[in-house]
Design a protein around this ligand. Structure first.
Ligand code: MG
Length: 159
């Protein structure tokens, strides 16, 4: 039995007229993330961390933007597909830790709902899924509210 670690990062721009979906959870907001899919940075970072742990490419390679199949896709669908790729390598996710970088809206009230959704998608106990939210104290483009970013770390066990 061996363990492998993976990390993922994603950022999308905030714009008017888009829903805000983070960790599979629809967050009440006047503005949302721009992107080809539903632009869920949390799930995109998570997918990249899972793929990275097994060194099997990245989300852009498996789900190329511009491919009509992924236009407007619910990113939970991408998580399910990446989970299948992990299974195909006879591996499983042990736990994940995700940090969301957002100046607004306040995400603390939504963190546990995100954890539950991700835990369900990965068939994990929610205490193996961590989602944390932090601001940038007004610094840089995220701090100015121009976008939202997410970082993810995943531990995978190979059997
Ligand atoms: Mg993305």
């Amino acid at each position: 039995m061996s363990y492998r670690i993976g990390q993922g990062y994603d950022v999308h721009r905030l714009v008017a007229g888009r829903p805000l979906v983070l960790g599979g959870e629809r967050i009440p907001s006047e503005i949302g993330l721009e992107g080809f899919s539903d632009a869920d940075v949390v799930l995109h970072a998570l997918c990249d961390a899972m793929l990275g742990a097994l060194a099997i490419g990245d989300i852009g390679r498996h789900f190329p933007p511009g491919d009509a199949r992924w236009e407007g896709v619910d990113s939970m669908e991408l998580v399910h597909r990446v989970r299948e790729l992990v299974f195909a390598k006879e591996a499983r996710v042990v736990n994940c830790d995700i940090t969301v970088l957002a100046e607004r809206p306040q995400l603390a009230p939504h963190v546990d709902a995100m954890r539950r959704r991700i835990a369900t998608a990965l068939d994990l106990d929610p205490d193996r899924v961590s989602v944390k939210a932090t601001t940038q104290e007004g610094l840089g483009p995220i701090g100015r509210g121009e976008g939202i970013a997410a970082l993810a770390v995943v531990l995978v066990q190979e059997s």
